[in-house]
Design a protein. Structure first.
Length: 160
């Protein structure tokens, strides 16, 4: 038998480590949000439609939840699903906007109402940006502009 030297080849694990860190981060974030809302693990699991052990594993960073599960958890915590998607690496963070953050955090609005208001707000911002680039505002966009806004009080409840 002849002695062979074996070369140790380093294996890149950066991607795996980043995924593991993202899973731990989203779990810790969910736990902080749950504790801040003074909701028990059992209560959140019930509202989110998942088992207690599964939620516990998510919070401890042992499981990576799907986008659907994150949406259910967000609903149970009454926070924006977008915030959880960004934390989980599913969505890219968007530009900071205190208006959009306030809309997302408002517990009195339904998800559909938040989306309608967000769409209207972003439409105005895009229109204003286009006007700024050309030196003039698009037709109908100005301080005295009037737009037709859907009855957001009833958006999503079938009466609009």
């Amino acid at each position: 038998m002849s002695a062979r030297s074996e070369e140790v080849v380093p294996v890149a694990t950066d991607g795996v480590e980043k995924i593991g860190q993202a899973v731990e981060d989203i779990g810790a974030y969910i736990r902080r949000q749950r504790e801040g809302a003074e909701v028990s693990l059992r209560q959140l699991a019930k509202v989110a439609g998942i088992s207690n052990p599964y939620l516990s594993q998510i919070e401890r960073g042992l499981r990576k939840p799907s986008a659907e599960i994150l949406a259910q958890i967000a609903t149970g915590l009454r926070i924006s699903a977008e915030a959880l998607y960004v934390r989980a690496g599913i969505l890219e963070p968007r530009e900071y906007s205190p208006v959009l953050d306030a809309l997302a955090a408002d517990p009195d609005l339904t998800e559909r109402q938040k989306q309608v208001l967000t769409d209207i707000y972003e439409s105005f911002r895009r229109g204003n940006s286009a006007g700024d680039a050309t030196g003039s505002r698009p037709a109908g966009v100005g301080e005295d502009a009037v737009i037709a806004v859907p009855d957001v009080e009833h958006v999503g409840d079938g009466t609009a």
